[in-house]
Design a protein around this ligand. Structure first.
Ligand code: PLP
Length: 478
């Protein structure tokens, strides 16, 4: 598939040439979705998740850190739930040995529904309420305090004779490992909205601000139960070198705190997530192995067994395993521009539609039977169904000409896309289905693929109910 999108992370060589296995699996799944009726005139949009690929990424993540950590080092990989907040995905990852990083009561509820144990769960978020903190401490979930005011609230909950815990019993202590999130202020990347370590980022304790380091050292000295240190330096668009610098600064601070206390109070460093994803081809780049190696070279002390590690990857675990496929309802032309009007737009690809320069997506063309579309490339727009002219999945993209009844697929949408529905025009949330070979191998067509429901399509009744349907006359009676 021809594409000239340049969004390859940190200038890592992504190589190309052979058709990667994941592209073969995706093509078979699209064809099978059409043949098995998941996709068609009555179901013009679906999200597909490649279960094989998700398992592979989870295994690659674990192997990458196993390869660079001293034997016996505790390592928890906590998937950032916000990337793909779907219970079956969290369960699949749990089976693959991956925990959950949650940042809201909703995300915690999803993790619990997926069966994640408290030891596999980490609560971050810049706006935790006292009730959320109390619940997390009662459950024994790891908590990273964002700021001094939050630490005050945790103090009150940890006090032996302080406020009551869940059930009215005083909580002398909690099993929760507790840390402080710092912002190493190492700078931003190419996308402002996902840069969390700028001088003025809203996250964590700004480490380079006047008095901040001294305050942090004192905070640990006063609280023997503060045993972790956390930083998440940013997401898509952050160069790997900057991520490594963020980890190095965090490690240096942990060493400074432990040295000044004369004890190894900080026993675990949480380095966050943020590995960028290559949206320009089917290659995984950079890889977890490359990043883990870079980190272990840049910050060897973090991997020598004196610290446990927590990671919080989101996008890099799921992005490349999701595809949103939408039927071309109409093919038209305007001002000599070919336009395919599809059912995938701002409701499933919100960032791409609103900020196309930062979040371009590859589009693959399939025919009405779900087979990869052949033919000369034509510059065309792939439009969504929403009622504003900017609702374009891709503008001026060279692809085999999409015709009525064909399918357009937005690739690499397994994280922060179709699972993040945006209710513009009251467009329904599409169904999401996981796929895997049904017999251990594909047959090149659509027959060898099995699907499992991840999320059923939203119904019109549900849309009405979520839109105040039960209160239809609520305003007229005021
Ligand atoms: C969003 C987020 C992550 C995950 O970032 P990715 O870029 O998806 O890997 C991890 N930790 C925290 C605190 C986050 O806010």
């Amino acid at each position: 598939m021809g594409t000239d999108i340049d969004l390859t992370g940190d200038g890592v060589d992504i190589g190309d040439g052979e058709q990667p296995a994941r592209a073969v699996r995706r093509d078979e799944a699209v064809r099978a979705a059409v043949e098995q009726g998941l996709l068609g005139p009555g179901h013009p949009i679906v999200g597909l998740l490649d279960v094989t690929g998700i398992r592979e990424s989870a295994a690659e993540l674990r192997a990458a850190f196993d390869a660079v950590t001293a034997p016996g080092t505790p390592v928890l990989h906590a998937f950032a739930v916000k990337a793909t907040p779907l219970v079956p995905v969290l369960r699949l990852l749990r089976e693959a040995g991956i925990g959950a990083e949650v940042a809201s009561p909703g995300e915690l509820a999803l993790a619990r529904a997926a069966g994640l144990r408290p030891e596999m769960t980490v609560l971050d978020s810049p706006a935790k309420t006292p009730a959320e903190l109390r619940e997390a401490l009662a459950l024994g979930i790891a908590v990273n305090a964002d700021n001094p005011q939050e630490l005050d609230r945790i103090d009150a909950l940890m006090l032996p004779h302080g406020p009551k815990g869940v059930g009215g019993t005083p909580m002398a202590t909690s099993r929760s490992p507790i840390g402080i999130r710092v912002n190493p202020q190492v700078g931003g990347g190419s996308i402002g909205a996902t840069s969390t370590a700028t001088a003025t980022s809203k996250f964590g304790v700004a480490l380079r601000d006047e008095g901040a380091r001294e305050w942090i050292v004192r905070a640990y000295a006063d609280r023997p139960w503060l045993t972790r240190l956390h930083a998440h330096t940013g997401s898509q668009g952050i160069p790997l070198s900057l991520m490594a610098q963020g980890a190095a600064e965090t490690y240096a601070l942990a060493e400074e705190i432990n040295r000044s206390l004369g004890r190894r109070q900080i026993d675990t460093v949480d380095i966050g997530g943020g590995l960028p994803v290559n949206f320009g081809s089917d290659a995984t780049a950079p890889t977890y192995a490359q990043y883990a190696r870079l980190l272990s070279e840049a910050v060897p002390g973090l991997f020598d067994g004196r610290y446990g590690l927590v990671t919080e990857f989101g996008r890099s675990l799921l992005a490349k395993h999701g595809t949103v496929v939408a039927r071309v309802e109409y093919a038209k032309s305007a001002g000599r521009r070919a336009i395919a009007v599809t059912h995938a737009g701002v409701q499933v690809a919100t960032r791409t539609v609103y900020v196309p320069g930062s979040w371009p997506l590859r589009i693959a063309a399939y025919d009405a039977k779900g087979r990869p579309k052949e033919g000369p490339e034509v510059v065309q727009d792939i439009a969504g169904p929403a009622c504003f002219s900017g609702d374009l999945l891709a503008e001026g993209r060279a692809l085999p000409l999409l015709e009525q009844g064909d399918y357009a697929a937005a690739l690499d949408t397994g994280a922060y896309y179709f699972a993040h529905h945006y209710a513009y025009n009251s467009l329904a949330r599409p169904g999401i289905y996981g796929f895997a070979p049904s017999d251990g191998r594909g047959d090149g067509g659509g027959g060898g693929v099995a699907f499992a429901t991840v999320r059923t399509p939203q119904t019109l009744d549900e849309i009405v109910a979520e839109s105040g349907g039960a209160h239809a006359s609520g305003l007229t009676t005021l």
